[in-house]
Design a protein around this ligand. Structure first.
Ligand SMILES: O=C(O)CCC(=O)C(=O)O
Length: 298
């Protein structure tokens, strides 16, 4: 795709799918990280007598699903950490940064809190209802109603670690919905946001986004999207992470700056440190970033 097509699709639809921008080998460290955590989990549960098998002969896609099935658990998210070199390397993938520069300009910060998705077979709680990502950023607590980032352009990068298909619960989008503004929605007891209106009634045809590893879906914070039930017997592993314009950027309008400050403060309150990516050649190294995070959490 040309830069013009990427920018044009994103402006028109509120999302753009870019295939083959990540080398398969660039995904191996995060897959290895997942595999080793799943292994530790199996060993721990087996040691406690809760598992009859380590399920070690299952594939990457199947193993965690088999373990959770035997334990009869359905976790909403990944519970084994999301900070490390593997994550830094994903945030700074050259192909991803190139697209981000087209969509958000030259200086962006990473929100520092990725969502590593297990998306287990038949797991209802990870069939996320229609939502806009700004709703999750702005409304942290159950029942909270707030709008802080409506005017701040943010981009979610959604990266499949196995093939995402309609059957295993890929994302679905409503093209053009980023022009509807930030809609009313509220976070329920299960921590999922639910819209106050039936967005499908607006008549836009939902579009599925099946995607092979190596591609990425770039989503505006206002693009309405969902992901449906995983009807297969394997996990749909993926990771998504978010960027926003660095708050100090001179070109921000006052409402954008307010939104960026809100995001920055929310991250710092939560003990995280945003990763500032100035350009492909100028950004904190992994060691610098790690030191900063350690300082913040000391
Ligand atoms: O990966 C999924 O299943 C849902 C992702 C999503 O809705 C999001 O990243 O906002």
């Amino acid at each position: 795709m040309t830069d013009k097509q990427i920018r044009g699709d994103f402006d028109r639809d509120g999302y753009v799918v870019v295939k083959d921008i990540i080398d398969e080998r660039e995904l191996d460290p995060i897959r290895d990280f997942i595999a080793s955590k799943v292994d530790e989990f199996a060993i721990d549960k087996h040691g406690k007598g809760e598992l009859t098998s380590f399920h070690e002969h299952e594939s990457f896609e199947r193993r965690f699903a088999a373990i959770c099935k035997e334990l009869d658990i359905n976790p909403r998210g990944w519970e084994f950490g999301s900070f490390g070199r593997e994550f830094y390397d994903l945030y700074t993938l050259p192909g991803v940064l190139k697209v981000l520069r087209l969509l958000l300009g030259p200086e962006v910060s990473n929100l520092g809190r990725p969502s590593l998705r297990t998306k287990l077979p038949g797991c209802v709680i990870t069939s996320f209802p229609w939502h806009q990502d700004s709703q999750y950023v702005d409304q942290k607590g159950v029942g909270v109603r707030a709008k802080h980032t409506e005017h701040l352009p943010m981009v979610t990068v959604w990266v499949p670690l196995v093939e995402a298909t309609i059957e295993n619960g890929c994302c679905w989008v409503l093209p053009g919905s980023h022009r509807w503004g930030l809609l009313g929605g509220v976070r329920g007891e299960d921590h999922n946001i639910r819209m106050e209106e039936d967005v499908e009634a607006r008549g836009v045809e939902p579009v599925p986004v099946p995607l092979e590893p190596g591609g990425a879906l770039f989503l505006s914070n206002l693009c309405v999207h969902t992901s449906k039930l995983n009807t297969t017997d394997a996990c749909r592993w993926s990771i998504d992470y978010r960027y926003f314009p660095t708050p100090g950027r001179a070109s921000l309008t006052p409402p954008q700056r307010k939104g960026a400050d809100f995001v920055q403060n929310t991250i710092l309150e939560g003990g995280g440190v945003p990763l500032v990516v100035i350009s492909e050649n100028e950004r904190p190294t992994w060691e610098e970033w790690e030191r900063e995070v350690q300082k913040a959490s000391a």
